[in-house]
Write a protein that binds this ligand. Structure first.
Ligand SMILES: NC(=O)c1ccc[n+]([C@@H]2O[C@H](COP(=O)([O-])OP(=O)(O)OC[C@H]3O[C@@H](n4cnc5c(N)ncnc54)[C@H](OP(=O)(O)O)[C@@H]3O)[C@@H](O)[C@H]2O)c1
Length: 303
């Protein structure tokens, strides 16, 4: 079995990655502060992110692929702690890519749909980036430095959801669990994006790795939707009370760090490369429901 090393192993995406591919790959999760364990998955502690320590660890682990998901992902925290955001999001990614280049290990860097200011609807990979907050700026720095260090790296711009552990609920978890408790929630109807189920994202990235793709790819849903309509779609498919969802406007939230109002990305490049569509939002939400019923995500829900 091919061995893959996933940084950010305790995070929402790292955990979903592990359970999605663990039957076909030997998965090693690189952990930082939080210690977790999953059946049939190994883990290692990455003490710090210096190039030397990464090189040493990677030489020991000998992965055939590296998936770099680690990051400081809270937009408000990034604004408060810009140096930490730069160190975790940009410097760490840069060091991982430099090590991968030296050892010729295929690398996936997970970027974001947050790289534009919101001026584009269904943005393509070739448009000029325009980050409007520290989180976005550090992710853009990472993209640039990863590609400078290693032109063969695969950079994925995305926005995903899926079942998360109790300490890291995803957007879909927050909606589902609130509605199940009968709690009212407010979702923005003026913010648009193209969210994809983590499992669909992961399987698509594996297909890209199999065909040796490199450079920037948008891996997102076929559909663009507002956060409010996403909540409504979840409520309808999970048969939950959609009357508990109120619409709100991000434009009226002066206290939030500035964010793009439209983060939608176009997935045409990846669809052409792979020769198939990635699927729409309703299809992915049905799969999210199936994942819960089939209990395949239980190992994450227990954490
Ligand atoms: N969630 C989304 O929809 C979304 C959208 C667009 C892009 N992304 C990108 O996708 C990637 C994964 O996101 P996620 O939601 O899975 O993130 P997450 O749940 O917030 O997890 C982040 C992971 O990074 C690790 N980490 C944080 N600081 C670290 C450090 N200094 N050194 C090593 N590891 C560190 C954390 O470990 P500890 O907890 O132990 O510190 C955790 O495992 C991120 O790069 C993010 O920018 C996410």
């Amino acid at each position: 079995m091919k061995r893959i090393l996933i940084t950010g192993g305790s995070g929402l995406l790292g955990l979903n990655w592990a359970i999605t591919v663990r039957s076909r790959f030997e998965v090693v999760l690189a952990l930082h502060n939080r210690e977790i364990s999953l059946p049939d998955v190994k883990s290692v502690k990455f003490d710090n992110q210096s190039r030397e320590s990464i090189l040493k660890a990677v030489k020991q682990i000998q992965p055939e692929w590296i998936i770099h998901t680690a990051g400081l992902t809270n937009v408000e925290d990034c604004e408060k702690f810009p140096d930490l955001a730069r160190a975790v999001n940009a410097d760490f990614a840069s060091n991982v890519s430099s090590v991968c280049a030296e050892l010729s290990i295929p690398l996936v860097y997970i970027s974001t749909d947050h790289v534009f200011s919101g001026e584009f609807k269904f943005a393509t990979e070739d448009l000029p980036v325009n980050p409007i907050n520290v989180y976005a700026a550090t992710k853009v720095q990472a993209e640039t430095r990863v590609l400078e260090n290693y032109s063969k790296a695969l950079i994925i711009r995305t926005n995903f959801y899926g079942w998360g552990p109790s300490y890291r609920l995803s957007f879909s978890d927050q909606i589902i669990f609130s509605l199940r408790k009968g709690k009212k929630i407010t979702l923005f109807d003026d913010v648009f994006y193209t969210p994809i189920l983590a499992e669909s994202l992961i399987l698509t990235v594996h297909e890209l790795l199999e065909v040796g793709a490199s450079g920037i790819y948008n891996v997102v849903s076929d559909d663009r939707i507002s956060k409010y309509d996403f909540g409504i779609a979840i409520a309808e498919i999970f048969s939950l009370n959609k009357c508990l969802i109120k619409s709100g406007k991000m434009a009226e939230k002066a206290d939030l760090v500035k964010r793009p109002m439209d983060m939608s990305l176009l997935n045409k490049k990846v669809c052409s490369k792979l020769g198939h569509n990635l699927g729409g939002i309703n299809q992915d939400i049905c799969r999210l429901m199936e994942q819960e019923k089939s209990e395949i995500i239980n190992d994450i829900l227990k954490l």
